[in-house]
Write a protein that binds this ligand. Structure first.
Ligand SMILES: Nc1ncnc2c1ncn2[C@@H]1O[C@H](COP(=O)(O)OP(=O)(O)OP(=O)(O)O)[C@@H](O)[C@H]1O
Length: 307
């Protein structure tokens, strides 16, 4: 070892994520490896702890769900430690979307991945002044996510989000959005305007296609899908959805792009960044100039389109 820095790591443990029964296992595992466990006490702690420790450690591990991972990633960004600190993920939340997308589908898989130490430089999403790793979702899905209580999540898991999305569809007041995807005047750019039911911006997460939920998270581009208020009636059934996601339509656009600008002139719109809410009239989304070093699991495929 050349320096003590390369051997030190911190595990930020969210004790209330998921079913909350991971704490003892994670703390014991961390102690066995000389990693320092740091439990959070309230919302925002994971970000603060990561910001404080990132300049001094090689590895910060988020033990929790997508919200905890998002906080730790933001802490590393705020510490300006992207070039020296790696993110690890121990999936101990409800959805664990990001962890699944990087091939660590369980706590045991994460233990194994961290021991193997396979590091990849992953794209980091920036939304105004906040970072996200998995996705930014606007519209009805974001509001359904915000309306999902911890109790519902505990009893229903991800199904709680699905149920709340359907419950809100009829009464949803779709915001009038202007969405500039990839620079409207660029060759493949488009300036979409309309009442939007859903805006999906995937970084590690893919929203279309059934082959894989993992997007290419090393290509410097988001996958963006906007679905307007009045999707055509042909949008019934999975096959029709698949077909439509492959091309543009008045009500659906899909692009891969490093930049998106979303504006709503008359109100704030709620967006879910990795499950954490952001309310804003204007949202600027960019793939960050610096990647996030991340420990990935065995099943992680850098190019899922090439299989
Ligand atoms: N000690 C704490 N007490 C209360 N809330 C906390 C504490 N530590 C973190 N939090 C908050 O807990 C919330 C939920 O955490 P997280 O998103 O990691 O888990 P989850 O919702 O179960 O999983 P997922 O997002 O993967 O579905 C986050 O908003 C986080 O800020």
């Amino acid at each position: 070892m050349t320096s003590s820095r390369s051997t030190r790591g911190v595990v930020v443990v969210n004790p209330v994520s998921g079913s909350g029964d991971h704490v003892d296992t994670v703390v014991e595992w961390a102690a066995d490896r000389g990693l320092e466990p740091r439990p959070t006490e309230r919302s925002g702690d994971a970000r603060r702890i990561a910001r404080e420790v990132a300049p001094d450690v090689d590895l910060v591990i988020a033990a929790g769900g997508d919200g905890t991972v998002n906080e730790v990633a933001n802490g590393i960004v705020e510490a300006t430690a992207l070039d020296s600190t790696t993110l690890g993920v121990l999936p101990a939340g409800t959805g664990n979307n990001f962890a699944t997308n990087i091939g660590v589908g369980s706590v045991e898989a994460a233990f194994d991945a961290i021991d193997r130490d396979r590091r990849r430089m992953l794209d980091l999403g920036l939304a105004n002044d906040r970072a996200f790793v998995n996705s930014c979702v606007g519209g009805i899905t974001a509001e359904a996510s915000a309306a999902t209580s911890p109790d519902e999540k505990a009893s229903l898991g991800v199904l709680a989000y699905v149920r709340n999305t359907f419950e809100q569809l009829a009464s949803y007041d779709a915001p009038p959005l202007s969405v500039d995807i990839g620079g409207g005047s660029a060759d493949d750019g488009i300036d979409w305007q309309g009442e939007a039911l859903f805006v999906f911006v995937g970084n590690a997460r893919r929203f279309s296609g059934t082959r894989t939920a993992q997007a290419n998270v090393e290509d410097g581009r988001f996958e963006v899908i906007v679905i307007g208020r009045e999707p055509p009636s042909s949008l019934v059934g999975d096959a029709a959805l698949e077909r439509l996601f492959g091309r543009d339509d008045d009500a659906i656009v899909r692009r891969r792009t490093p930049s998106v600008r979303i504006a709503c002139e008359d109100r704030s719109v709620g967006y879910s960044l990795d499950g954490e809410m952001l309310e804003t009239e204007r949202l600027e989304l960019d793939v960050g100039p610096t990647s996030l070093s991340t420990i990935v699991g065995d099943p992680y495929d850098p190019d899922p389109d090439d299989t």
